[in-house]
Design a binder for this molecule. Sequence first.
Ligand code: UN1
Length: 513
Amino acid sequence: TKAIADVLQQLGIKELNPAYSTGLNWGGENNKTTRDIHSPADGNLIASVNMATADDYEQVVKTAQEAFKVWRTVPAPKRGEIVRQISNKLREHKEALGKLVSYEMGKILQEGLGEVQEMIDICDFAVGLSRQLHGYTMHSERPQHRMYEQYHPLGIVGVISAFNFPVAVWSWNAMLAAVCGDVTIWKPSEKTPLTAIACQHIIRDVLAENDLPEGIFSVIIGDAEIGSLMAHDTRVPLVSATGSTRMGKKVGEAVGARLGKSLLELGGNNAIIITEHADIEMALRAVVFGAVGTCGQRCTSTRRLIVHENVYDQVRDRLLKIYPNLPIGHPLSDTTLVGPLIDKDAVKAFLNALEEVQGEGGKLLIGGEVLEGEQYATGTYVTPAIVEAENHYHMVQEETFAPILYLIRYSGDVENAIDIQNGVKQGLSSSIFSTNLLETEAFLTHWGSDCGIANVNIGTSGAEIGGAFGGEKDTGGGRESGSDAWRIYMRRQTNTINYSRELPLAQGIKFDI
Ligand code: UN1
């Protein structure tokens, strides 16, 4: 606890108790209810956080609207300069923020640090992007006319983020939005508000040093009600939401009903295919990182392993040797590879999925226990499970946010494996392990993987920020992070300019008055 108090101190979060306010950049005074934040690692109370009300939300939107009037007048490369300063601060605080991510969310320190690195990376990407918000120029069909397009900022971008990547996914959105000239209102998961408050502290300092209004980035700590206000609010032209398909459908419906834009990054049911031509030892490393990393709580976690019958027994037996030796424990301990689940509800979902899948005929090969003893007193530590299953089982079709790996056997050609891989509602991430060019290329064709992310000889999780991130079908269709994902944060305008003294009409229409 002392170590964590130091971390909070370093991040500029001074009073630990009784409560952080929220609302206006977490500073609203109208709050009635508080939420206690316990670490899933040891159950200790880290802080109590005030939950925002509808009035707080109103105030945040007004402040953001005012800030937008200032921010949009700052040239894009100068906005990039502010993001560069944010990225420097993140470098300075990487260790502290990484620790806080780890302690509040439960992912191991290596992954906490990786998450902050992901923030730094997207900042750097955004800095470069700030000079590259290009549109096309077109040749006009009319003489002495010119056509081009420009991208203008949208205004307020609402960001709803999930507990599992409490800060990185927000930064993908917020940093791109910022160089695009937008202001963001961030509703982090109510399970992980402290990391959000820490980020706001970092950003507040940068904005103050540059005489810019804090409302360029706002954070509002609240429950689903606040998310719903945002989704229905016409003053928020774009809502970017990460989380369950159930939540995403609600947000998408509400935003769609008012013809706003939404960017949805929802559930995955990611599979790795191991063909008989795979380098099995390499594949196993990817499988284990994908299945038990972040305790199975990434949207890109490996949930299904589709293995050719000729190597099936070998793969299964190797996994059954590796799993018992996985170090499970406190996420801040150097030797741990598997930390706790976020809370007891997640443990319940884990146990429930295992019970149901066994009811359907699944065979639990290993794991599936809740660990006991002093070190595991929180009741949030579980042993990662492997279940032999069939793809059509109800539970295999669902995304359970926990370390359960379903082993599925296939025979014949790679096409059969691809059919299984595509045979779920979700379409986020996928991968194939094979050294056979015909198989790997088949996987990447239009009749291959139907996911937003398709990897060869790399696992399903751990994408770099440079690519567009997101997926199809129930995953929601949105693309965040790299490539040209920035376009959704801007509105496109086509401009046609006539520098002649005539007024010819397009399509050669004659209309003389
Ligand atoms: C998420 O789980 O919502 O590709 C994001 C990955 C990370 C991001 C995951 N870079 O696993």
